[in-house]
Design a protein around this ligand. Structure first.
Ligand code: SAH
Ligand code: SF4
Ligand code: F3S
Length: 455
């Protein structure tokens, strides 16, 4: 890779001013991490950065394929780029990320977005400098269609957007093939990074002052299954917890089918891990869960929550819910409301089902109208609003440790951050506190956050 980095760099160094690159990420935290790696490569190739695509000499749209609306945004924004490129003929337009792993998408770009120069997939970082070099030297297009390979893209220096929060992928890919989900097709099979490499990376981040380490994987609970040694996710968590320094460890996602007691035990034992678990349930109906190929039942799921709360009654959970899986009946949806009531999440992320071509669920004829799904979404959100309004009151009078993240909505003098329990906490204080841990005494509760005072 490096020879092409040098080649592009020497072209860029001949320009009067360094050329500018614009990278826009459309997806999850893993997608953002990929974007940070691409920025690292761009910097080595001699690019500076701009937030404005119209100012850029090279644009990367780093895409997400998980739902249709994410894809529509990409095509909408690509439309805008056309006018910029007409004014600036040598602008290089690249589309990367999960969408490009679908041949229908690449075909659509080839036929309707001919001004896109480079299309490359989730594992083509090492070849990206070559693509740029060839376009600079007169090649018309580069469409990389190798598919989601199996490398781990190690050794790329990221340009991180935060100085105190860092994501660290621990594994790539997914083997689960939930019937609605495109991720296994666009990200390939599970590959775990070596525990030593992960621990080294976290240690370095902590030494550089990072306060929150977010471990990423589509299902962190299957971490290590593909490594010969016997390392499991709870063991990795303990290794990371043993690193010296003041920091908090979070992770996502955790598939309920392999979330066992050992996971909960490791969370409660590790003082750097908050008593918090994001545990996507998707549905509370056993029939829907089976049609989704989730491989657990509502009862098994609730057992995990009960076990965690038997160990620590302040254990909090958040979840993902998929509304309107094909032919989900009203009764099946009511089962989702029931599990939400029982689990008492501190937060839910809910999505209306989006048909993904290539998945099994896409073959099912769906009789439920979209308006019905939207009504279900409203009912779910209303229920969750009642739960958080009630449950957040229990924090009043308590003092929480909060990582201060940014200025609050109230402007100067107001701050916001997240507690170890992943609750949003608003308080007043000086912005010099951003990026550090503070103690906040909670004085009030809203349905999406709590308010407090610095102690
Ligand atoms: N690996 C993670 C999920 C990653 S995708 C896990 O299993 O928990 C994040 C969320 O997007 C999923 O939890 C699901 O709720 C939602 N999602 C996935 N496919 C979807 C689709 N086709 N339509 C709507 N939402 C979807
Ligand atoms: Fe998608 Fe299921 Fe894999 Fe999560 S576990 S990425 S929902 S297939
Ligand atoms: Fe993430 Fe979207 Fe890809 S959620 S893994 S960027 S499909």
């Amino acid at each position: 890779m490096s020879s092409y980095i040098e080649k592009v760099r020497s072209v860029n160094e001949k320009r009067e001013a360094p050329p500018l690159a614009h990278v826009h990420n459309y997806g999850c935290q893993l997608n953002v991490t990929d974007g940070e790696k691409l920025k690292g490569i761009l910097l080595q190739m001699g690019y500076g950065f701009t937030e404005l695509p119209e100012e850029a000499d090279l644009v990367i749209f780093n895409t997400c394929a998980v739902r249709e609306n994410a894809e529509e945004r990409v095509f909408g924004n690509l439309g805008f780029l056309k006018q910029y490129k007409e004014k600036k003929r040598d602008m290089i337009i690249c589309v990367s990320g999960c969408m490009t792993e679908q041949s229908v998408i690449v075909e659509k770009i080839k036929s309707s977005y001919k001004y896109v120069d480079i299309v490359f997939g989730t594992n083509a970082f090492d070849r990206f400098p070559q693509f740029v070099f060839e376009i600079m030297n007169g090649r018309k297009h580069f469409y990389d269609e190798q598919g989601p390979g199996n490398d781990l893209s190690e050794g790329i220096d990221q340009i991180r957007s935060s100085t105190f929060k860092a994501s660290v992928p621990i594994m790539y890919g997914c083997n689960n093939f939930c019937t609605y989900c495109i991720v296994p097709y666009v990200r390939g099979r599970e590959r775990s990074r070596s525990p030593e490499v992960i621990v080294d990376e976290v240690r370095k981040l902590v030494n550089d002052g990072y306060k929150e380490i977010m471990l990423l994987g589509q299902n962190v609970n299957s971490y290590g299954n593909d490594l010969n040694g016997d390392i499991s996710f709870p063991e990795l968590l303990r290794m990371i917890n043993a690193i010296d320094g003041e920091f908090i460890v979070r992770f996502m996602s955790s598939h309920p089918k392999d979330a066992g007691k050992d996971l909960i035990d490791s969370i409660t034992e590790c003082e750097k891990v908050g008593n918090f678990l994001h545990l996507p349930v998707q549905s509370g109906s056993n029939s829907v869960l089976e049609r989704m190929n989730r491989r657990y039942t509502a009862e098994k799921y609730l057992e995990i929550i009960e076990y965690a709360r038997s160990k620590s009654d302040d254990f909090t959970f958040s979840t993902d819910i998929l509304i309107g899986f094909p032919n989900e009946t009203n009764e099946e949806f009511e089962d989702t409301l029931k599990i939400v009531e029982k689990a008492r999440y501190s937060n839910i992320y809910s999505f209306i089902y989006s048909k993904r071509t290539g998945t099994k669920a896409a073959l099912i004829e769906d009789a439920v109208p979209y308006s019905e799904k939207q009504e279900r979404m409203q009912r779910l959100l209303e229920l969750q609003r009642q739960i958080t309004t009630e449950d957040y009151k229990k924090y009043i009078g308590k003092t929480l440790t909060v990582l201060c993240e940014s200025e609050g909505k109230g402007g100067e003098g107001t701050l916001t951050g997240k507690s170890r329990e992943f609750i949003i906490v608003n308080f007043c204080g000086d912005k010099s506190l951003i990026g550090s841990f503070v103690k906040v005494k909670i004085t009030g509760a809203r349905n999406w956050a709590v308010d407090g005072e610095l102690v």
